[in-house]
Design a protein around this ligand. Structure first.
Ligand code: ADP
Length: 281
């Protein structure tokens, strides 16, 4: 049983009688608490890099630094500014997702082409993350020309690509050099399809899994931060998928890698020119 919050009003009603009006405001109260938490979190996330940035500015203003030292501080400042930029970018993405009407069935996008775009980004990111290591990531994508890729999804292409590449970038960011990341697309028996990203990284304690899509929820704060994470990635993914009727599934064990999948319903897909019946909308 969950706690219930009631708003109670008592009105005099006739002689010696009272009318009692009680309203369940639990949901309202919870929404308000969530909004407060969110604002507090955003403020904290901005304050941290801002404090560091202001500190560096003061250092540059007061100390007589060599050109090398100067350069070093500027690089650190750029890093903090970049963090704030990522945060603002993700906040805007989230609010755009929340504020826009549901995706229509007017635009269909080839899955193969979307995955090709993700693959280009993934290889570049992997290179960046494993710079200096002896071996990079073993990164595998489905062959874009394979018949299994012959699907189209209805919706907003940019949102879906951003969801897919968020999952791929997480896999790469949390999996150390030498590990593997495998991206798959497979048709399901019920006519739906599954996009999945499987990594050989550190994995996630199942106790955390249910909360990963909450805004700013992070298991490993420093790893997240060191690789440019904002803590909003999976919240964005969940939202973008939800809008397309797709579900995010997370399977993981600590020390045994993680698999994140997006499961699409049949009505968002069409295959080999065969058009599925569109649902009532
Ligand atoms: P972040 O910007 O911190 O990566 P996300 O919302 O994308 O934010 O992810 C939330 C948290 O989920 C991360 O901080 C990390 O602890 C965990 N996580 C996400 N993807 C993976 C993964 N592939 N392997 C291990 N942990 C992951």
């Amino acid at each position: 049983s969950r706690p219930v919050m009631l708003s109670v009003h008592i009105y005099p009603y006739g002689v010696g009688r009272h009318l009692l009006l009680a309203r369940d405001i639990t949901a309202l109260e919870q929404a308000e608490a969530m909004r407060r938490d969110f604002v507090a979190n955003v403020s904290h996330e901005i304050r941290t890099p801002l404090t560091v940035l202001v500190g560096f500015v003061e250092t540059l203003q007061t100390l007589d630094l060599s050109p090398e030292e100067h350069k070093h501080y500027l690089a650190l400042m750029a890093q903090q500014a970049g963090r704030m930029q990522n945060l603002v970018q993700d906040l805007l993405t989230l609010s755009r997702l929340e504020g826009s009407p549901p995706p229509t069935y007017n635009d269909w996008f080839p899955v193969g082409q979307m995955l090709r775009q993700c693959a280009v980004e993934a290889h570049a990111l992997s290179k960046l993350l494993t710079k200096g290591a002896d071996v990079g990531h073993a990164l595998s994508f489905p062959e874009p020309e394979a018949p299994a890729m012959d699907w189209e999804i209805a919706g907003v292409q940019a949102e879906l690509i951003s969801a897919f590449s968020n999952l791929i970038s997480n896999a790469l960011r949390y999996t150390p050099a030498g590990g593997s990341v495998e991206v798959r697309w497979e048709g399901l028996l019920d006519g739906g399809a599954r996009f999945s990203v499987k990594d050989s990284g550190p994995g996630i304690d199942p106790a955390h899994i249910g909360r990963l899509t909450e805004r700013f929820y992070r298991v490993d704060r420093s790893r997240s931060r060191d690789t440019g994470g904002t803590g909003l990635g999976l919240a964005i993914v969940k939202h973008a998928l939800q809008r397309h009727g797709a579900k995010l599934e997370i399977h993981s064990q600590l020390g045994a890698g993680a698999t994140f999948s997006a499961v699409f319903p049949a009505h968002r897909l069409r295959h080999s020119g065969r058009v599925h019946a569109e649902p009532e909308r």
